[in-house]
Each structure stands twice: as C-alpha cells, then as structure tokens.
Ligand binder design. Structure first.
Ligand SMILES: Nc1ncnc2c1ncn2[C@@H]1O[C@H](COP(=O)(O)OP(=O)(O)OP(=O)(O)O)[C@@H](O)[C@H]1O
Ligand SMILES: [Mg+2]
Length: 505
C-alpha cells in the first residue's frame, strides 16, 4: 500500500476565515484503491479541506496534485470531469426530473438527429444502477426516491464519470442498517476497481469496518495518518480530542417521579403515518424512541410538538390537555424540540448565533418594564453555547459558517435556553463528534437529575441503550414494543423495529 503513488496530494493547504484558521498547513495524501477516513472533532476542518479540493473555497496557500499533475478546480462540476466526485449529504439533484435526466444533465446522449436519445439514456442508467445493485426505475422522479436511492444516483453519476476519487461526507447519517451494508458493499467494489474513497464520518464503528487508512485532524492541523490496523477505538478518540475519554456514557442517576406527559391514542392526519400511539413520560426519565428510518418517529414527536397535524388523540402535560397542538402551546407548556434535520427545519442560516440561540426564548427574557432584556439574553446565549463548547469565532458569526456539528450545538443551546420541562431530542448527536457527544449526554443526565424529562429519538443503538430508562419501539407508524432498561438489547429493539407485533407488553 505504501509503495503505490498517491492519486491525490494536497500539500501545505492553508485557509483562513475571518477569525478562524480553518486549515493550517495541511498535507494530505490519498492512494488509489484505499478507503481513506478523515476524522476529527466538529470544526476540525474536514469539510473545509474537501471544499478546497473542489474549488468551492479558494486556498490561501497550498498545492493540489492529481495523479502527479498540479491542478486547481473552479467548481465541483470541473472536478467531476477530472474524475473527482463528491457524494453530498444535501443532495444536489433536480427533484422534478427523472433519475436518468438527472444523471446525464448537461451531457445527454444524442441521436443521429442531434436530439436527446432518451432510450439510450434510460438504458445506460439502468445498466449503471444495476452494476451498483440499486433496484429502481431510471424513469422515476427524483423527488419520489428515498435518501439511499438518491445517494445511489450520486454514486452512479460519479461512476459514470470514471471517478478516481470519491468523497463521502457523512454518507450514512440517514440510512437504515441494510442501506449502510449496501453502501459498504459499493464502497468495497469501487476500492477493488482502484478508486480512492475519502470517507468522513463521526461513527467510530464504521471506520473500523470500512476504512484502510485514517487521517486525524484537530484544530485545522493534521495530527497524523495511520493504517486502521495500527490503531484502536480509544487511541483514535484520544488523537481526535487530544485527551482520553474512558466512558462513552455518563451515569444517569435521576429519580423517576410522577407522569408529566401523556400521549393518548394519537393518530396522524396522514393515514400512512403513525396510528393510535399512547405512552407516558415521567419526570426524571429519559425515554428512548427506537425504530428504523421511516418508522414515523420524527412525525410522532413533531405532532406532539404541534408542527404536524393530527387526526385524533390528545396530549396532556401535567394532567391537563393541550387545547390545541401548536408549537406555541407546546413551548408555553414547557416542551422543547431539538429537530433532527437542522438544515431544513432548524437554523436561520443568515442570522448570527445569538439570534439563532434566542429565538424561542424572547418571551422569557424581559426586564421589569416588560422590554426585551438584550444584555441578559445575549449573556445567557453565550454561556449556553460555551457550556456545549460551540466552536465559533464569535457570537456574531452567521450560523451557516459553522461546521455541521457546531450548528447542532447552537440548536441544542436554543432549546436548553427555553428551560423546558420536557425536552424532545430527535437524533441529538447526529453529526456530532465523540467528545461533544459525551458533553450532550452529560447535559441530558443533568437535566433529568433536575426533574426534567427527555424523549430521545435515536437510530444509534449504543446511545439508545446507553442513555434511556425505557425504550419504545415504532415500526411502520405503530408502537410495537416497550422495553425496560434491562430488556433493551440491540436484538430485542431490532426484533420490534422490524416486525409489526400486535400484542406487546
Ligand atoms: N464559510 C465560512 N466562513 C467562516 N468560517 C468558516 C466557514 N466555513 C467553515 N468555517 C470554520 O472553519 C472551521 C472548520 O470547519 P469545517 O466545516 O471544515 O469543520 P468539520 O471538520 O467539517 O466539522 P464537522 O464535523 O462539524 O462537520 C470551523 O471553525 C468553521 O466555523
Ligand atoms: Mg463537516
């Protein structure tokens, strides 16, 4: 492996943003036919390095060579033509068009009459998809596909350009277990064909499953590059965070009190969503909500919070029913919701961190004459973000300029500032690095210790099992299981998550 020449070299790359040295003299070499993981805490500079590669950001200094030749791309499209592809998390497809149209956009095959050869386009697409073992129709609308299928289209596009390098930035964050297995199969296939994969992820288990080599970044610098066989989990963590982390979960020692939230026979307005869901949440309790992607967990918690309409059922807080399920009523009743998808429902990209943190709290920070207490508001917002170690040059920075994980911390700060009695957290640690995960778990443990209650939707089994007092499992919109801590094993949760079982305890 050492002796093959690198397909990609990034040498001495430096990139500064106002107040942040995002990349500090980074040198990064990738060899063909390897899965090269890029790891590091939130804000370490991983995405920025890739954006420099694709010409989305201009480097302040440094050099990039591809197959030994110096190159500089001006856009992702430019890079793609040179065989360097990126599988985006926010997928860049045109939703109203078909799979085939998306795949060949701007380079459609033409027939003898110089018209688009739809038949060839659709056949080529079918062949490509088949070679990747995806089973969907080239004529299907993009908007009708699942995340995994859309991702498949992006991979197919990369393959169609004969990519020599494929970058994947947190590719598994919305995939089910089977879809992840499928993706890994494709990655191994590409590697076999000599393609280099640059793989960015915060999921440690994945790295040991799929990567050959790991480069660790911290604070804009490369700490080192290691063959996966030479490091283990705890070594990797300490390289990333610069200290040892001995436990993955803090002890949760809260006292379980009386019922604070009751959900009674709640059914979604959309008949294909959840049906007839009833459960209770107690003070001091962390209630996990498990299930596969698509089980309607997000729909359920968003309905409890009043974002989605329900057909029937009710929600009671401390014994009194919420008259109408609206977010404002929910907030006033002491419920907070940390949303799953910060990009589309969570952040106001062009506003600063203070505003993004304080929006739902404005009503709670008034001075004696009833005016907004700006000073206190700003101060509390700052403290809250400091507590979570949100990495930012200042509170006046636009949130869109923060790294993904740090945006998530701002959203969590936002809801902690409303001092909710009941906090609903939908995938609270998605995209968050190991060090910050522990901080979030610690805050959860503190909150329940103070008598607050938490509902946590999570697709990460270890976290669901490690943090919850009880785990409810949903499958296809039905509650299929309720497991006490001692019974909540990975196997049990999966059993209920995959099968609709009518009688449950
Ligand atoms: N457009 C920008 N303007 C200002 N600062 C930026 C911009 N893009 C990134 N940064 C800063 O550069 C640093 C590196 O961010 P980057 O997004 O590369 O981190 P990351 O390693 O990808 O983190 P994560 O795991 O959270 O995605 C961060 O401090 C971030 O706030
Ligand atoms: Mg990133």
């Amino acid at each position: 492996m050492e002796d093959t020449a690198p397909v990609l070299e990034m040498i001495g790359v430096t990139k500064e943003f106002p107040g942040v040295l995002a990349l500090d003299d980074v040198t990064f070499r990738v060899r063909p036919g390897t899965v090269h993981a890029l790891m590091g805490e939130n804000g370490a500079g991983k995405s920025t390095l890739m954006k420099c590669l694709f010409g989305i950001y201009r480097m302040d200094a440094g050099k990039i060579t591809l197959g030994g030749k110096e190159c500089r791309f001006n856009s992702a499209a430019d890079a793609m033509r040179a065989g360097v592809s990126m599988i985006h998390q926010e997928l860049s497809n045109v939703p109203e068009r078909s799979v085939a149209q998306n795949l060949w956009l701007g380079r459609e095959p033409l027939n003898g009459l110089h018209l688009v050869d739809h038949r060839k386009m659709s056949e080529d697409t079918r062949d490509l998809l088949r070679s990747l073992k995806y089973e969907f129709d080239p004529g299907a609308r993009m908007s009708g596909l699942s995340i995994s299928q859309q991702q498949g289209c992006e991979i197919a596009r990369a393959v169609s350009y004969n990519a020599s390098i494929v970058v994947m930035d947190e590719p598994t964050s919305s995939l089910t277990e089977n879809e992840v297995a499928h993706l890994f199969e494709i990655i191994r296939d590409l590697r076999q064909k000599g393609v280099a994969i640059i793989y960015i992820s915060h999921k440690m288990e994945e790295i040991f499953q799929i990567a050959d080599v790991v480069t660790v970044m911290r604070d804009g610098k490369v700490i080192g590059t290691y063959p996966v066989t030479e490091i283990d989990n705890s070594k990797l963590i300490s390289l990333m965070v610069g200290r040892d982390i001995t436990h993955r979960f803090p002890p949760v020692e809260s006292v379980i009190g009386e019922v604070c939230l009751q959900v009674k026979n709640l059914s979604a307005l959309n008949p294909r969503s959840f049906k007839d869901i009833s459960f209770e949440l107690r003070r001091g309790e962390i209630l996990g909500l498990g299930g596969l992607v698509g089980a309607q967990r997000t729909e359920l918690v968003e309905s409890v919070f009043g974002i989605r309409a329900v057909a029937s059922g009710e929600v009671l807080v401390n014994g009194s029913p919420l008259r109408k399920l609206t977010p404002l009523n929910a907030i006033n009743a002491g419920i907070g919701l940390v949303t799953e998808d910060r990009r589309s429902t969570g952040i106001f990209p062009l506003l600063d961190i203070t505003v993004n943190t304080t929006i739902p709290s404005l009503g709670k920070y008034r001075n004696r004459v009833g005016l907004l207490d700006h000073r206190r508001l700003t101060e509390v917002a700052k403290n809250q973000n400091e507590q979570l170690r949100t990495k930012t040059p200042s509170m006046a920075t636009m949130i869109q300029n923060l790294s993904g994980g740090n945006q998530q911390k701002v959203i969590l700060s936002r809801w902690l500032m409303t001092l909710p009695d009941i906090l609903i957290m939908d995938e609270p640690t998605r995209g968050i690095d190991v060090g910050a995960k522990y901080e979030i778990y610690t805050i959860m443990a503190e909150l329940v210790n103070q008598g607050k209650a938490i509902i946590m939707v999570s697709s990460e089994m270890p976290e669901l099992i490690g943090m919850s007092h009880r785990v409810l499992v949903l499958c296809e919109g039905r509650l299929t299981g309720a497991l006490a801590k001692k019974d909540a094993t990975q196997e049990e949760i999966m059993r209920y998550a995959t099968k609709f079982i009518k009688e449950f305890v």
